[in-house]
Design a protein around this ligand. Structure first.
Ligand code: ATP
Ligand code: MG
Length: 288
């Protein structure tokens, strides 16, 4: 197996007294789609924001392309080639596709904007991603469908020589046909060599595109397994109980009756400080 593009070891993150991420270990490989799943509040978005530099972790080690890196903010993440497409998309309705894709990073030719160059690059990127449904890159974003908007947001993310693209619930608001389009695009990104991480609550979507599934449970990484080695049912159990048969978290880690205000089971003692969280890279044939 190739070395992961991104590797995170023992990441912890608290907001005030509430520990939201505990001992997270995570990997993402180039050319693969990793689905990040978990119940509402499990910590998926927080993990992604730590990767993207929006949040600073309290502790944890990041490795990118085999070397240790320090992400102190979104610029550090962007300079590594990490791009995140957030759920709210952050596209400007009153601008066209080209303007949106280059927003804040406009190309200039001398003192004027290089409109032709940007237009060409935007069109090239959409073509490379096999996006066929967008008629003109000069179309206002307000006139696009939800799926097309998602497509533009993803194209914007890959425009910048990104290597790791993270999508926070890209299909949540989409109908069947648009979901299929976006998933196809997600697959294309991975096939083009990107490492892709997709957050989704939809098991059909997850199994349609994912090479690996990372399941979070109450702020911990319950399991990170090849998608071919788990069933829908097992993933649902990992999400809802942190464990499915012999996959997932050890008993001692499961009893975290945290009430969300930091008054839950004492964490000290459950996992000695500095011990990486348990990521069960299960091999086929392990099943009893
Ligand atoms: N800025 C913040 N301040 C305090 N608590 C936060 C903050 N952001 C997230 N949390 C808490 O962290 C926990 C994890 O939230 P997060 O948004 O990461 O979950 P999620 O897995 O993305 O859930 P969803 O599927 O609903 O999007 C939740 O209990 C949430 O209330
Ligand atoms: Mg979220």
């Amino acid at each position: 197996m190739t070395a992961p593009l991104l590797e995170i070891r023992n990441l912890n993150k608290s907001f005030g007294p509430v520990q939201v991420l505990r001992g997270i270990n995570f990997v993402a490989h180039a050319g693969e789609v990793t689905a990040l799943v978990g119940d509402n509040g499990a910590g998926k978005s927080t993990l992604v924001k730590c990767i993207g530099g929006t949040y600073l972790p309290d502790s944890g080690d990041f490795f990118f392309d085999g070397r240790q890196v320090f992400v102190h903010g979104p610029r550090d993440a962007a300079s590594l080639g990490i791009e995140i497409v957030y759920q709210d998309l952050a596209l400007c309705d009153n601008l066209d596709i080209v303007q949106n894709m280059f927003l804040g990073r406009e190309r200039k030719r001398g003192f004027v904007l290089d409109e032709g160059g940007m237009e060409q690059k935007a069109a090239e990127t959409l073509t490379r991603l096999a996006v066929r449904t967008v008629k003109s890159v000069r179309q206002q974003v307000s006139s696009l469908s939800g799926g097309q908007r998602q497509t533009v947001a993803i194209a914007k993310a890959v425009l910048w020589n990104s290597r790791l693209v993270i999508l926070d619930e890209p299909t949540a608001a989409l109908g069947v046909a648009q979901t299929a389009q976006v998933l196809e695009l997600v697959r294309t990104l991975a096939d083009n060599g990107h490492a892709v991480v997709i957050i989704s609550h939809n098991m059909n979507d997850v199994f349609a595109v994912a090479d690996r599934i990372a399941a979070m449970y109450l702020g911990q990484m319950a399991a990170l397994v090849p998608a071919t080695e788990v069933t829908h049912q097992q993933v649902v159990e990992l999400i809802t109980a942190g464990r499915s048969g012999n996959i997932g978290m050890a008993d001692s880690n499961l009893d975290l009756t945290d009430d969300g205000a930091g008054n839950g089971a004492p964490l000290a003692g459950i996992e000695p400080p500095g011990t990486p969280g348990k990521v069960d890279i299960k091999k086929s044939g392990d099943e009893a």
